[in-house]
Design a protein around this ligand. Structure first.
Ligand SMILES: NC(=O)C1=CN([C@@H]2O[C@H](COP(=O)(O)OP(=O)(O)OC[C@H]3O[C@@H](n4cnc5c(N)ncnc54)[C@H](OP(=O)(O)O)[C@@H]3O)[C@@H](O)[C@H]2O)C=CC1
Ligand SMILES: O=C1OC[C@@H](O)[C@@H](O)[C@@H]1O
Length: 337
């Protein structure tokens, strides 16, 4: 660590979400967060990215980033099938890690990553950024104080027309709507119920390559309480999460990136993150600043995990994803290893 409160980020991959994460960091105090290096599979791509964002070091491999003495924590924005190996690479070189969702291709890989984090005594978190929004913290409070009563039902839909996005549609790129969007609907249900589901029932459709592109799932919790979710890369859905309790309900608008909610009193409540210097590739990515700051706080406190997205959370997300994929018949080579 270079100073009392500064954390120095390294960025693994020069892709879209990596760029958005750097833009989000630029909205935080430079005395707290600095991006010191970016690495890509090709040096030129890293150099171009570094030039645009004023990053001092551009590296032509993730290995060089892992070995860098200047980096405290690595943000991993590679494609899904590479999350496992790049996480291990960084942890085994003593780096703290924030890795994009979905954490890995199955629960077994998640277990391997978390074992490496523990063995190396390094902070590790799956980048489930939604949970760090002020709106999610507000919902947490409504649930924990009993203001919503007993949570009975979650209804959540998440869909966009993403048929042309290769990383969602192609098996070798880790495609599948369960991996890409399902993680969000699962995590919001778990945010509400705070216990593992007792039953999981899914039906789904696949693309021509046999990759899931439209899936409906019901998670049943104790006492017959349910979360009903639909995810789709075929069409736009309402993208809301409605959490209903015995005393009231709350609706997260654009629930994966919710600046806004409809509160228990029926009124809208809004929190807006500041804009960065550049436009982002994905909607509202500046709000990744909330998770970035949470990572800093955890690292400064010497924590290996953050309670908002804990190791146990990531294991359960992966287990639910695995079950849904199995139920709709979308398994892959990682499931056989
Ligand atoms: N939190 C959020 O809101 C979002 C999260 N994501 C997650 O981020 C990750 C990356 O998504 P996104 O940035 O959109 O992806 P990109 O298509 O921008 O690719 C990201 C990086 O992956 C590497 N890559 C690209 N193609 C290949 C390939 N064929 N084989 C191996 N590596 C390849 C490249 O790394 P290099 O630069 O080193 O060449 C590329 O820059 C995914 O896991 C996704 O789930 C994505 C969007 C939003
Ligand atoms: O995490 C994500 O957020 C919303 C969608 O754009 C999706 O494809 C992406 O991976």
């Amino acid at each position: 660590m270079s100073s009392g409160k500064l954390i120095r980020w390294g960025i693994a991959s020069a892709g879209k979400i990596s760029e958005d994460f750097v833009i989000a960091l630029s909205t935080l105090p430079a005395s707290d967060h600095q991006v010191v290096a970016v690495a890509a599979r090709a040096q030129e791509r890293a150099a171009e990215f570094a030039k645009k964002h004023g990053i001092p070091t551009a590296l032509g491999s993730y290995e060089e980033l892992a070995k860098s003495k200047d980096v405290d924590v690595v943000y991993i924005g590679v494609l899904n099938p590479q999350h496992y190996e790049v996480s291990l690479l960084m942890l085994n070189h003593g780096k703290h890690v924030l890795c994009e969702k979905p954490l890995a291709m199955n629960k077994k890989q998640v277990e391997g990553i978390l074992a490496a984090a523990k063995a190396n005594k390094r902070f590790f978190m799956e980048a489930v950024w939604s949970r760090f929004f002020p709106s999610y913290q507000h919902v947490r409070q409504l649930i924990d104080t009993g203001a919503l009563g007993e949570i009975k039902d979650v209804q959540v839909n998440f869909g966009f027309p993403l048929a042309n996005v290769d990383r969602l549609q192609k098996r070798e790129l880790g495609g599948g709507v369960v991996y890409d969007l399902g993680i969000y609907t699962i995590q919001v249900s778990q945010w509400a119920f705070q216990e593992p589901p007792q039953k999981i029932e899914s039906t789904g459709h696949t693309n021509a390559e046999g990759i899931d592109d439209d899936v409906s799932t019901t998670l049943t919790y104790s006492g017959g309480r349910t979360a009903r979710m639909r995810i789709s890369s075929r069409e736009k859905l309402d993208n809301k999460a409605i959490i209903k309790g015995t005393k009231g309900q709350v609706t997260l608008i654009d629930f994966w990136t919710p600046n806004k909610l409809i509160d228990i009193d029926g009124k809208e409540k809004e929190w807006l993150p500041p804009k960065g210097k550049h436009a982002t590739n994905y909607a509202n990515s500046e709000a990744m600043r909330y998770e970035a700051e949470a990572v800093r706080q955890s690292i400064l406190a010497g924590e290996l995990e953050n309670k908002t997205v804990s190791y146990a959370d990531s294991l359960l997300f992966a287990q639910i994803e695995d079950t849904i994929r199995k139920q709709i018949g979308v398994l892959n080579k990682y499931d056989e290893q």
